[in-house]
Ligand binder design. Structure first.
Ligand code: ATP
Ligand code: MG
Ligand code: MG
Length: 526
């Protein structure tokens, strides 16, 4: 088994793949290029990669591109970029559309062997017959007639061809309804983003996946458990087509509270302007969560730690953000931001009249993070919220500087204090962050709420009835000068405020914009 090989990973996987041999395992991640990758896809991709590596095997990235109505080059490119971003490299990148000819030939073979038939029953009636276990009137068409319809009508996309589909002749009254003569080919005149108008009919998922898995040498096909009923159908296809058997191995879909993962619903939100785009920080896409401050390491650690559980669960976002916090906390530089600045004039020793710059560690416990400029001055600013609770006569601590004693609260809200920098910081009640009242930069912190209000939507509930009215919250502030040296994407902590990721630099009137990163503790937000 691969048990030993997996040492060193954080995984709590207890299950080995059946019949897996070191060096021979081939897995595949088969995204349909019909949207951007989301966190559920990330799980599938990471699990496939995990097993491929654990068994020193191979991973295939396969675009499952058999439905031209939903798929585009834009999505395909974005998926490749996102996989790269997550550090997932397949040994090969393949396309189901590369096998259209093989699948066509196999369908002809199936028809010739009497295992498939063409059917022009209308959609409604076909559904009804399938529900009730009634055979289609076309079930016993002759092989010659079936071949004629498939090759002359469907392949050419004629009017009559378009009325038809091909169905596998399995068992019209099987207890497992997925076996009730599933559709395996249908016409579609929309040009395909890769094969253009070469084909006018396309294999369905149920026909395509087992064939391509088998042809490509996949040994273990990981599928989410809602497909379990279709496993028998998958096996039937391979047997009927005389193709090599593939092991199916199920894992649970991951869902998150107050989160939609369906591409169709996400597309709706993009189209209706609820979010800026697929990379919106409120979106559960790989791009979205990254922009929100999720690290690749955090994402991977989380998914691996979940393991290949078979129970579909609705996860709390806090779980994944807590894993992320463990990654960012030891390395995130500490910065200062002040909200609603209140000026404090310092009198006494150690408070320079001419501002003085010193270099201090960006992270007290981790010198490798580097140094930052701290400006000392006898005019400082502190948060209004902090200032409001201070009393005259109170001794407080200016963090990483020293103690001061409030001597006066002016009518305009500003304060006067005298220094006692060597005072005991263990004895003060309030420890406040501060900045010299000079040379700071405008910043804005943006926090987000979930797009929908309900933990889990039931099948009969319409998501548009549960949209959160306000999901974006802006806080203006000023930040220390070191913010000027940051790059977009950098993750920091504003001390006593939280972790943030720089989303855009200042530009004209626009301040440096930071997105707050959930730390896994908040209750209402992510
Ligand atoms: P669609 O509903 O449009 O088919 P999909 O989410 O199934 O969308 P695919 O591109 O077909 O998207 O999925 C690629 C792979 O990701 C599949 O193997 C699928 O099982 C897996 N996958 C999709 N959603 C999840 C999820 N929430 N959790 C785990 N795996 C998922
Ligand atoms: Mg799917
Ligand atoms: Mg799909």
């Amino acid at each position: 088994t691969a048990g030993k090989k997996k040492e060193g990973h954080k995984a709590n996987f207890e299950i080995d793949l059946p019949d897996a041999k070191i060096g021979e395992v081939v897995t595949r991640f088969p995204p349909e290029p019909s949207g951007y990758l989301h966190i559920g896809h990330a799980k599938a991709a990471i699990l496939n990669e995990y097993f491929a590596h654990a068994y020193k095997g191979k991973l295939i990235i396969r675009f499952d591109d058999t439905n031209p109505s939903k798929e585009t080059m834009e999505f395909q490119d974005a998926i490749l970029e996102d996989l790269e971003l997550m550090g997932i490299k397949g040994d090969r990148v393949t396309y189901s559309s590369d096998y259209f000819q093989e699948m066509y030939d196999l369908c002809v073979q199936l028809i010739k062997e009497g295992k498939a038939y063409c059917d022009d029953t209308d959609v409604e009636k076909m559904r009804e017959e399938r529900m009730e276990g009634i055979p289609s009137a076309k079930r016993d068409l002759s092989v010659e007639e079936n071949l004629r319809i498939f090759i002359e009508e469907m392949k050419n996309g004629t009017e009559y061809g378009q009325k038809n589909c091909v169905r596998a002749k399995i068992d019209y009254k099987a207890a497992n309804k997925t076996l009730r003569d599933p559709v395996i080919y249908r016409c579609n005149l929309t040009p395909h983003h890769r094969t253009k108008d070469q084909w006018k009919m396309y294999p369905t998922y149920d026909f395509c996946v087992p064939i391509v898995d088998s042809i490509e040498g996949v040994t273990h096909a990981l599928r989410t458990i809602e497909y379990r009923d279709r496993n028998a159908q998958y096996d039937w296809m391979l047997k009927a087509l005389h193709l090599r058997k593939v092991h199916i191995w199920d894992f649970a879909r991951v869902n998150f509270m107050k989160t939609l993962l369906s591409k169709r619903k996400l597309q709706w939100m993009v189209d209706h302007g609820l979010v800026s785009n697929w990379d919106d920080p409120r979106f559960p896409t790989v791009r979205g969560v990254r922009r929100r401050g999720m690290t690749v390491e955090g994402l991977r650690n989380f998914i691996i730690s979940q393991g290949p559980s078979k129970n579909v669960i609705n996860l709390e976002w806090n779980l994944i953000w807590a894993v992320n916090k463990k990654i960012i906390d030891p390395v995130a530089p500490r910065h200062t931001a002040v909200v609603d600045p209140v000026e404090v004039t310092l009198e006494g020793e150690g408070a320079p009249e001419i501002p003085k710059v010193e270099l201090k560690p960006k992270h007290k416990k981790n010198p490798t993070v580097g140094e930052k400029k701290v400006i000392y001055s006898n005019k400082i600013i502190i948060d209004k919220e902090d200032a409001s609770v201070l009393e005259v006569g109170e001794e407080l601590t200016l963090m990483d500087w020293g103690n001061i004693i409030v001597t006066n609260k002016n009518a305009d809200g500003s304060l006067v204090a005298k220094t006692n920098l060597g005072g005991d910081f263990k004895k003060t009640k309030h420890k406040v962050t501060w900045l010299a009242n000079t040379d700071y930069v405008p910043v804005e912190m943006v926090d987000f709420d979930h797009l929908i209000t309900k933990d889990k939507l039931e099948d009969d509930e319409n998501f548009t009835d549960f949209l959160t009215p306000q999901t974006e919250f802006h806080t203006k502030a000023v930040g220390d000068v070191n913010v000027k040296d940051m790059n977009v994407g950098d993750i920091i902590q504003f001390e006593r405020k939280g972790y943030c990721r720089l989303d855009s630099k200042a530009d004209g009137d626009k301040p440096y914009t930071f997105f707050t990163i959930p730390d896994g503790k908040s209750v209402n937000r992510y």
